[in-house]
Design a binder for this molecule. Structure first.
Ligand code: UD1
Length: 379
């Protein structure tokens, strides 16, 4: 009997680089007789910078279905995705739904599918920050509880899942699909000097090195009392190392709303719009240091061997600290400045690339997933 289509769900920026290699690998592994692949975009991210540009950079096919949910509170956004995804599942009768990561769209589509008896496959399962104030942590815990097949990026994830009662038979250690994308596109990355020149920066000004900054977590950017001091600390860092910010729309909005623009030193801190995938890859690869609160950047810097300071108290990606180049510094001014000084003195972490972050994770997923579906998607 032929299998129904596989619905591959993306919603927000960090989903796109995870799904691109999965689609490629499923297409290759399925061959002529493989199940149809349908790409569903929930529309959680919709700006050209946050969505379309990344589709182009990653050579992702146009979505077959776009739910166009847009922004909203967590409840509204999650509910809208659910309402709009349900008829898609009814109409398509999929053999399974593949979700990636930990965004609201991940959980919303998971809930719809499992309640209809459609198997759910979660890629990047089992990561835990143990911080339930993070919306992503709630999305991770709930998605993993009900998903049927769980692909992990690091071995600690299986321990987390089993501690929550998930049977080992559901878990497969596939590796990191984000690094598949990184390896696939690395040679095409836009050189940093080109990106900076395009934004009017004299490349000579960064010849001696620069740092890359991204910030978007609500815990860092949603309160003026937090964001203001963080910008002050970054301005101090920038005295020694010019900083290139790739500004998430949320962060740009908060800087404006709180009137914090004057805390940015325009001579040493270059504010850019959200960058494309190839631009960001080039900027990171050429950086002396990355300061971020993004999950993806913690992993990408580890794969690139670039020191990363994570401006959070915890990480759901401990392997980037244990084996990679990542250091957790929180928001503490002293810790951030001390860690920056270490890196600038040439004592930054060099790290090593973790197991199965080898550019072939999606192939392992595709092989396992198709075999699992053909076996009737057993629990
Ligand atoms: C979402 C994910 C987060 C991920 C991040 C990457 C959840 C809970 N959070 O957070 O895990 O790290 O994406 O970017 O799913 N906005 C725009 N244009 C867009 C999208 C958003 O202007 O295309 C603005 C809107 O003001 C919106 C705000 O950004 O209200 C937040 O967007 P939202 O999708 O709710 O969450 P992110 O902060 O992007």
């Amino acid at each position: 009997m032929s299998l129904g289509p596989i619905l591959c769900v993306v919603g927000a920026r960090p989903n796109f680089m995870k799904m691109a290699p999965i689609l490629r690998a499923l297409r290759a592994a399925g061959g002529q007789d493989g199940p149809q692949l349908l790409l569903v975009h929930t529309g959680q991210h919709y700006d050209r910078d946050m969505s379309d540009k990344l589709f182009d950079d990653l050579a992702l096919p146009r979505p077959d279905i776009n739910l166009e949910v847009g922004s909203g509170t967590h409840a509204v956004q999650t509910a809208e995705v659910m309402k709009r995804f349900e008829p898609v599942v009814d109409e398509q009768a999929p053999s399974c739904v593949v979700v990636v990561g930990d965004v609201n769209s991940t959980l919303a589509c998971t809930l719809v599918a499992v309640k209809k008896g459609v198997p759910v496959v979660h890629v990047e399962a089992g990561l835990r920050s143990r911080d339930r104030r993070m919306p992503e942590e709630i999305n991770r815990v709930l998605t993993d509880q009900v998903a049927d097949r769980l692909y992990t990026t690091e071995r600690s994830a299986a321990d987390n899942l089993q501690a929550e009662g998930v049977p080992a038979s559901r878990i497969c250690f596939a590796g990191n699909v984000m690094i598949d994308s990184l390896q696939h596109h690395r040679a095409r990355a836009t050189p940093a000097a080109e990106t900076l020149r395009a934004h009017g920066l004299d490349a000579a000004c960064i010849a001696a090195g620069y740092g890359v900054v991204t910030l978007h977590r609500p815990s860092n950017v949603d309160q003026a009392e937090t964001l203001g001091p963080l910008l002050d600390t970054l301005a101090t860092v920038a005295r020694d190392l010019p900083l290139v910010f790739a500004l998430h729309p949320r962060t740009r909005g908060q800087i404006e709303r709180f009137g914090l623009g004057h805390r940015i030193d325009p001579a040493r801190m270059l504010m850019l719009p959200p960058q494309g995938y190839l631009e960001m890859l080039g900027l990171m690869a050429g950086a002396s240091l990355v300061l971020t609160d993004s999950g993806g950047l913690q992993e990408e810097t580890t794969a690139l061997g670039v020191p990363c300071l994570t401006l959070r108290e915890n990480t759901e990606r401990p392997i980037t600290v244990d084996q990679g180049t990542n250091t957790l510094v929180g928001r503490d001014r002293h810790a951030i400045l001390a860690a920056t000084a270490e890196v600038l003195a040439g004592r930054g972490k060099r790290g090593r690339v973790p197991e199965n972050w080898d550019g072939h994770a999606a192939e392992r997923i595709a092989t396992d997933l198709l075999a699992w579906l053909r076996a009737g998607a057993p629990h």
